[in-house]
Design a protein. Structure first.
Length: 286
C-alpha cells in the first residue's frame, strides 16, 4: 500500500491537469456550445464530420510546412552549429553558447515585436538592407508567399539556442576514446562523422528530432498571433491556431474541441512512433 501512497500526488496531478481536461474535451466535441451560454445541444459526430472539408487539408498542409521549417531551424541548424562549436577553443565556445542561447531568455511576445519591426515594409530592417543593395523589399507578412516562412523564422529563432545546447551536450557526451581510436585507425573528416559520431549521437538526435516535431506548432502560436493573426487569407494558420480561433474568437467550443481531439490523435501517433523508434533502434547498456 505504501508505494501507491507515494504515487498518489503524481496521480492526482495527472488526473486533474491531464486526463480530466482530455475527457472534458472529448465530451465537449459532441456538443454545440458557444462557450459562454448555458444551452448545449448534443450533435453527436457532426463537429467531426464538419472538419472533413478542403479547409482541413489546407490546415494539415500548413501544419506540415511548419514542422518541416522547424526541422530545418531547430534540428539541422542546431546540430550543425554544435559541430562547428566543437572545432573552436573553450573561450570561443562559451561565447558562442551565450550568444546563441540569448534569444531563449527573451519573452516570446517581446522578441516577436522586435521581428515585427524587422519585417515592416517601410522602415523595417530587412527592407532597409535590401533597399541599400538596390533590391525591392517584399511585404513580408502580407504576401502569402513569404508570410508563413517569416513567422516560422521567428519561432525558430526563439528556440534555436535551447535545441543547440541539447545538440552540443549530446555531441560532448560521445566518449573521446572512441573518436581517438577511430583517428588512430585512419578515420577522419566525413568518414569519422558517418561511422563514429552519428551512430553515437543517434539517441540525442532522435530526442531532438521528435521534440522539434511535437513542439513545432506550439512554438509558432505566439508569433502567428502577434505578427499575422493567421493571415493573409489564413495562410499562416495551423491546426493548433485554428483550435484557438474556433474557441476564443468564433465561440464554437464544440468545433474547437473536435479539432483538439484530432490534434491529440496526431500527436499520439507521433509519440507511439517515438516509442517504436526507441525500442527498435536504440540499445542502452546498464
Amino acid at each position: 500500500m505504501a508505494p501507491y501512497l507515494y504515487l498518489l500526488p503524481a496521480l492526482v496531478a495527472l488526473g486533474l491537469f491531464v486526463y480530466y481536461p482530455l475527457l472534458k474535451t472529448l465530451v465537449m466535441s459532441v456538443y454545440d456550445w458557444n462557450l459562454v451560454g448555458s444551452r448545449r445541444e448534443f450533435v453527436g459526430l457532426r463537429n467531426f464530420l464538419a472538419l472533413l472539408d478542403p479547409a482541413l487539408v489546407d490546415l494539415l498542409v500548413r501544419s506540415g510546412l511548419y514542422m518541416l521549417l522547424a526541422l530545418a531551424g531547430n534540428f539541422l541548424l542546431p546540430i550543425g552549429l554544435a559541430l562547428l562549436t566543437l572545432q573552436v577553443g573553450e573561450r570561443e565556445a562559451g561565447l558562442y553558447q551565450s550568444l546563441l542561447f540569448a534569444p531563449t531568455v527573451v519573452a516570446v511576445s517581446i522578441g516577436t515585436l522586435i521581428w515585427l519591426w524587422f519585417y515592416l515594409p517601410a522602415g523595417g530592417l530587412f527592407n532597409g538592407l535590401l533597399g541599400g543593395l538596390g533590391f525591392p523589399g517584399p511585404s513580408w507578412l502580407n504576401d502569402p508567399a513569404t508570410a508563413l516562412p517569416a513567422v516560422s523564422m521567428v519561432a525558430n529563432w526563439k528556440f534555436l539556442g535551447f535545441h543547440y545546447l541539447i545538440a552540443l551536450a549530446g555531441l560532448r557526451a560521445i566518449p573521446g576514446e572512441c573518436v581517438q581510436a577511430a583517428r588512430v585507425d585512419g578515420a577522419s573528416g566525413l568518414l569519422l562523422l558517418r561511422h563514429i559520431v552519428i551512430p553515437l549521437f543517434a539517441p540525442s538526435a532522435l530526442f531532438l528530432f521528435l521534440s522539434t516535431l511535437i513542439h513545432s506548432l506550439e512554438y509558432a502560436f505566439i508569433p502567428i498571433e502577434v505578427l499575422t493573426v493567421g493571415g493573409p487569407f489564413g495562410r499562416t494558420s495551423n491546426l493548433m491556431y485554428a483550435v484557438y480561433e474556433d474557441a476564443f474568437k468564433f465561440f464554437r467550443a464544440g468545433s474547437a474541441a473536435a479539432r483538439s481531439v484530432l490534434l491529440i490523435v496526431l500527436f499520439a501517433a507521433l509519440i507511439v512512433w517515438q516509442f517504436r523508434l526507441l525500442d527498435r533502434r536504440l540499445r542502452y547498456e546498464n
